[in-house]
Design a protein around this ligand. Structure first.
Ligand code: SF4
Length: 352
């Protein structure tokens, strides 16, 4: 077992490289998490979600990602959360074009910055003769469970990990290593108390019981799922085009980051642009997002639903965009354009 002083140096390396919090846990399999994932998958609560549900036996066993793994160094990086007005259409004097909202975590490549911090830790371990593998935004590890085991935070009732004094507006990643490191802490105690704001504020009631999210109702997942966007949740989608921040916006531990933290600008995208770009342009512009099968039709599907919610048919380009897909050759997009047309009051066109 290596010394606590060595762990302190690793943590300091991560903090210097931009991480907000660093902790260490053993790399024993997460058997309890595996059982929960398998149960929820069997109950259908994953709603087809892949990620760590894809292969729970693999994502809960760190040794599958790095043979001989003994420890996990977990890093969290806060991302900017205080929204400031975006530049789109704000000072041109013409009616603003319809825009859709992007969740805060996706406004920039925060995982790249997280990886920089994790790689600094991995480089130190490797320089000292150990093996190390960085995992961030990867299906190979249940990163929240690792962060919980490392004592970084508690599971909120919205199923996010909340870091004391910081909240849940963070991205998480890990370094697996064969070095045997002393754990930094016991898992943090629950900090939600009697609060249940996230359950009450979810637009679709997707948090079915504290800590359990039914993916079939979670707007963030439905935007990333294949097939038609469920009709019963299209109005609730509102202007969201990627991710949903609602359960984090109402969460008291996030208040400081939302009110006083570093600002985020540009959390919107133009819908007409999304509905006009060709496949290559769409993937070049939004390729960092998770898109089912990397199929740009899903970006258009989502944009049509949002346009139905926020568009103004007195704007010619809105009308033209809806009509273009209503009469296009893609049945899925035709269906969503028909819904948008109906929602915008174009009754004759929606039923034609
Ligand atoms: Fe916990 Fe309240 Fe935050 Fe939900 S909103 S995660 S109950 S503190």
């Amino acid at each position: 077992m290596l010394s606590r002083a060595y762990v302190d140096e690793l943590c300091a390396t991560g903090i210097e490289a931009g991480l907000t919090r660093v902790g260490v846990a053993s790399a024993d399999p997460f058997d309890d998490v595996r059982a929960v994932l398998e149960q929820r998958k069997a109950a259908g609560l994953h709603g087809g979600m892949q990620f760590t549900y894809r292969n729970p036996a693999r994502s809960t066993d760190p040794a599958r990602a790095l043979s001989g793994a003994r420890s996990i160094v977990v890093g969290a990086r806060s991302y900017p959360a205080r929204l400031v007005a975006g530049p789109i259409g704000s000072d041109t004097g013409v009616p603003p074009r319809p825009v859709a909202r992007v969740a805060r975590y996706a406004t920039d490549d925060h995982y790249r910055l997280l990886r920089d911090g994790l790689h600094a830790i991995a480089a130190r371990l490797q320089a000292d003769g150990w093996r190390a593998r960085v995992l961030a935004d990867d299906n190979a590890l249940v990163d929240r469970a690792a962060a919980h085991r490392a004592g970084l935070g508690w599971y909120g009732k919205n199923a996010n990990l909340l870091l004391p004094g910081i909240g849940s507006l963070v991205v998480l990643g890990a370094v697996l290593t064969d070095a045997e490191l002393p754990a930094t802490a016991q898992p943090a105690a629950d900090g939600c108390g009697p609060c249940r704001r996230c359950l009450d504020s979810c637009p679709t009631g997707a948090i079915v019981t504290p800590g359990i999210v039914d993916a079939r109702r979670c707007l963030a997942w439905l935007l990333q799922a294949e097939g038609d966007f469920p009709e019963e949740h299209r109005e609730a989608l509102g202007d969201r085009i990627y991710g949903c921040d609602d359960c984090q916006e109402v969460c008291p531990p996030n208040r400081g980051a939302l009110r006083d933290g570093p600002p985020v600008r540009g959390g919107t995208v133009e819908l007409i642009e999304m509905l006009t770009l060709d496949d290559d342009q769409l993937l070049a512009r939004f390729g960092r997002w998770y898109i089912p099968r990397r199929d740009p039709r899903y970006l258009r599907r989502n944009a049509l639903v949002v346009l139905g919610n926020v568009g103004d048919v007195s704007q010619q380009e809105v009308l033209a965009a809806v009509r273009r897909y209503l009469h296009g050759d893609d049945p899925m997009l035709r269906r969503h354009a028909a819904w948008a047309a109906g929602r915008l009051g174009l009754v004759a066109e929606a039923t034609a």
